[in-house]
Every structure is written in C-alpha cells, then in structure tokens.
Design a protein around this ligand. Structure first.
Ligand code: PPS
Ligand code: ADP
Length: 197
C-alpha cells in the first residue's frame, strides 16, 4: 500500500554488529500447541546464552499480543498477520545482531515458510515443540483448554482451530519424552553443529 518510499542503507552493517557481539545472529522459531513448552524452552535457552555473554531476546506470543499485536484475535487472518509482523520484527532483531527466540503457536505452515523466506539461509531455525494434545491439555498451565472445552473460548488451537505440523523442521523436541534440560541440550548441540554457537 505504501508508495514513494525509498530504502535507506544502514551506517552499521549486520556483519559489524555480529563481529562486535562475537557471534552470529539468527531466529530460533519455536512452534507448537499451547502448553507444549515453547515459552519455557525459549526462556531457559535464552537465560543460558545470556549467562554465556550472548546478545539474546525472546519474542513471545502472549507478550506481543499485549502490545504490538493487541489489535489481533485468533481467526486465521489475524493469526497470519500476527506471524507476518513477528517475522518482520524478528528480522530487525537479527539485523541488530541478536539471537532471537520466537515462541508462537504459528499453526500454519505457509505463514512459517513466509518468515523463513524473509531471512537468509541459516538465519531461521524451526524448532518443532512436539507434544501430544492430551499432554498439553493435562498441563493446561493457564487453564485455557478447560475454558475452550467448556465453550468459553472459541478458535482454540487443537480444539476447534487447526495446527499444521512442520513438514521439515531443523529441530524436533518431544516434550512428552524429553526433560527441559535434555531439550536445551538438543537445541544447543544442533546450533554448535551448524557453527551458530
Ligand atoms: N483461541 C486461542 N488459540 C490459541 N491460543 C490462545 C487463544 N486464545 C488465547 N490464547 C493465548 O494466546 C497465545 C497464543 O498466541 P500466539 O500469538 O502464539 O498464537 S498464533 O501464533 O497467532 O496462533 C497462547 O499462548 P501459549 O499457550 O503460550 O501458546 C494462549 O495463551
Ligand atoms: N521438556 C519440556 N519442555 C518444556 N516444557 C516442559 C517440558 N516438560 C514439561 N514442561 C512443562 O510444560 C509447560 C509448558 O508451558 P509453556 O512453556 O507456557 O508452553 P507454551 O509456551 O508452548 O504454551 C510448563 O509448565 C513446563 O514446565
């Protein structure tokens, strides 16, 4: 919709920022059902990387929906716009030299692929936080599944709104079977193998 706009180059490049920080910048995109463990893993990993001197930030669904995306709901079009804006935000963080952990249900494969395509190769690492609906519902950390089953919330992912599993994620964590510590180790091992840590 915008016209008559011209891109301005930056006086400090992404590479220079990465060199100053002493590491590459990229997005770890945690996707999965509500209660699967996205926020827990994003925050635990970020804490460890922060202690290790890395520049890190977490973008989290609940938090972003308090501010930047407070105008969006949970219908398919709004979820798409939610992920589009987060993708653009994550790209800015990567440009700023920051390791960015994004924790969003992001239920649609196409929307996740659009974010991947915004970034360079190796800058988007899809982490499928895989967990059986039954387990997520048992955990129900915010009581939302109960509300959805009782009909107080509609369009709830896994109940009356779809979740499309990633077809080829870089990392799959099965939080039914792995502890939080094991899950973090799996992610760090992948990042080291790829030369990102
Ligand atoms: N209808 C419905 N469906 C799913 N989730 C709901 C809904 N209503 C509120 N919530 C709460 O919002 C969090 C999900 O926001 P996201 O921005 O990650 O969702 S999405 O990516 O746009 O699908 C989600 O957070 P997590 O539980 O951390 O996934 C819920 O706390
Ligand atoms: N391996 C694991 N990884 C992440 N969370 C786990 C794991 N095992 C159990 N949990 C628990 O599951 C819950 C996940 O909640 P949360 O991180 O808010 O999920 P989400 O952000 O996907 O909605 C937390 O109470 C967490 O302690």
């Amino acid at each position: 919709m915008s016209s008559n706009i011209v891109w301005h180059g930056s006086s400090v490049s992404k590479k220079e920022r990465q060199n100053k920080n002493g590491h590459k910048s990229f997005v770890l995109w945690f996707t999965g059902l509500s209660g699967s463990g996205k926020s827990t893993l994003a925050n635990a990993l970020t804490r460890e990387l922060f202690e290790d001197g890395k520049a890190v930030y977490v973008l989290d669904g609940d938090n972003i929906r308090h501010g930047l995306n407070k105008d969006l709901g949970f219908g398919a079009a709004d979820r798409k716009e939610n992920i589009r804006r987060i993708g653009e935000t994550a790209k800015l963080f990567v440009d700023a030299g920051v390791i960015t952990a994004a924790a969003f249900i992001s239920p649609y494969q196409e929307d996740r692929e659009n974010v991947r395509n915004l970034l360079e190769e190796d800058e988007f690492i899809e982490v499928y936080v895989k967990c059986r609906l039954e387990t997520c519902e048992k955990r129900d950390p915010k009581g939302l599944y109960k509300k959805a089953r009782d009909g107080h919330i509609t369009n709830f992912t896994g109940v009356d709104s779809p979740y499309e599993e990633p077809s080829d994620p870089e990392i799959t964590i099965e939080t039914d079977n792995h502890s939080i510590e094991q899950s973090i180790t799996l992610i760090k091992t992948h990042l080291k193998e790829k030369g990102l840590l």
